[in-house]
Unconditional design. Structure first.
Length: 451
């Protein structure tokens, strides 16, 4: 990339990028204010707002969204009559999980073995830095040839939908000809990839009750219905013997027609223990991009330490269901709730509550924006052709934006390749990927302006 002036500029900006990402990662911006102070998220939002102002953005604002968090907006005017591109990222992060398991403090960006470690380094504070690098490179090489809007979300990881509802109430705010979502990742380090589909999701909490109160298992066990046992049977009904998701009425045989994911690579990326089988049927790509997938996220029950010999009167669980494009998330929610109620044994009382939802997304990869991105990726990644992949995760805002702006082209790129281990302990970002994707985004904006 050294012969390209944009690439040379980005390379020269990488030390500054590391310093800025260090500052941004230091904010413990988990948008669960029962776990982390609101001030941490507000501090991160203020940092983003200041960064946009420093780049000449106008109308910079901290938007108070309906879920009680802040999204940051700014507008950078381009030449008269130019197209408008919306750049998205989010500054909120997942909790660090077990901080003691991190090799370095999760909120201190630490370089190790050629990668930068820290919570949010790839997902998605690094995405914000990527946008800034791309714009700075263009400004240093002839200017930014499009109008640019930036939106940095403050609660994407919580799935509480604040920005979606704000956008629906202010539809003119994020209107654009093309939208670049900087919250996905290459299929593998060094392989330029756009994400063309996202699974939707629903979160359902299920409560099972059988008794007025806990009972002594010696005196009543064997006849008294155990709520925890009932819940276990309900949860087990959500999977077939091979681990495939089996929600009554939900189709699970669709196939992925695109870039494939060989099982050995998946086992390595997922760090599956030796001898443990993968679950489900079909190709790996079928299972993670094209079919529904249920996951039990948590169970409220007595911990082993301190447990007493009791028959449990009540138990509850939180269930995630990912659904592929073509399946309506609201309908999938109804099917999941009906399944849970139908499969609860022993006449136990069951209550279900939906607590989050997002629709699936499928891009139009034949659009001019995709051609402009493919050309840019070929320069940023010499010798590599841009690939199309799915993503098993959900970005609910994508479907909202697609609905609000049906003529807008939407592309998903980002830094969350498999080695990044987003949402896990020891999340990291590849600085080489940050550099190359920043170059690709800058060249894309230039290509798209001319298309």
């Amino acid at each position: 990339m050294s012969s390209n002036p944009v690439a040379e500029t980005v390379a020269s900006l990488m030390p500054r990028a590391k310093a800025e990402l260090t500052e941004l990662v230091a904010f413990k911006s988990v948008a669960d204010f029962g776990q982390y102070p609101r001030s941490e998220s507000e501090g991160a939002a203020a940092w983003v707002a200041d960064a946009l102002r420093a780049e000449g953005f106008q109308d910079v604002a901290l938007l108070d969204t309906p879920d009680g968090t802040q999204s940051v907006y700014g507008f950078l005017p381009g030449p008269e009559g130019a197209k408008t591109v919306l750049l998205y990222a989010h500054y909120d992060v997942q909790p660090p999980l077990d901080e003691a398991a991190w090799a370095s403090p999760p909120f201190e960006l630490t370089e190790r073995d050629g990668r930068w470690y820290g919570r949010g380094s790839a997902d998605c504070k690094g995405g914000l830095i990527m946008h800034l690098l791309a714009l700075r490179a263009l400004k240093a090489n002839g200017g930014v040839p499009v109008h640019v809007k930036v939106i940095a979300e403050g609660s994407e990881e919580q799935g509480t939908g604040g920005l979606e509802r704000y956008a629906e109430a202010h539809p003119e705010l994020l209107a654009a000809d093309t939208i670049v979502i900087g919250d996905s990742g290459n299929f593998r380090v060094g392989l330029p990839t756009v994400t063309s589909t996202l699974r939707g999701m629903t979160l359902v909490r299920v409560q099972v009750d059988t008794l007025e109160g806990n009972l002594h298992s010696g005196q009543f066990g064997g006849a008294a219905p155990d709520a925890l046992g009932a819940l276990i049977r309900v949860l087990d009904s959500l999977r077939a013997e091979d681990g495939s998701t089996t929600v009554d009425g939900l189709t699970g045989d669709t196939r992925w027609d695109g870039l494939q994911y060989d099982e050995e690579s998946f086992r390595r990326d997922a760090k599956v223990l030796d001898g443990v089988q993968l679950i489900g049927a079909g190709t790996v790509a079928d299972r993670i991009w094209a079919r529904p997938a249920v996951t039990v996220l948590g169970i409220d029950c007595p911990p082993v330490v301190g447990a007493t010999p009791s028959v449990q009167a009540g138990a509850r669980a939180l269930i995630s269901l990912r659904v592929p494009p073509g399946t309506d998330a609201a309908e999938a929610t109804k099917l999941l709730q009906a399944h849970l109620e139908a499969h609860t044994p022993w006449g136990a009382r069951v209550r279900t509550e939906q607590i989050g939802q997002g629709q699936a997304f499928q891009a139009d990869t034949s659009s001019p924006a995709y051609a402009a991105m493919a050309e840019a990726m070929a320069v940023a990644y010499p010798g590599e052709e841009m690939q199309y992949a799915g993503q098993g995760g959900s970005i609910p805002l994508c479907s909202t934006l697609a609905s609000l702006y049906p003529r807008a082209e939407i592309l998903l790129i980002g830094l969350s390749e498999p080695e990044a281990q987003i949402h896990a302990v020891n999340e990291s970002v590849s600085p080489e990927e940050l550099e190359r994707l920043s170059v690709a985004e800058a060249l894309f904006l230039r290509n798209y302006a001319a298309s």
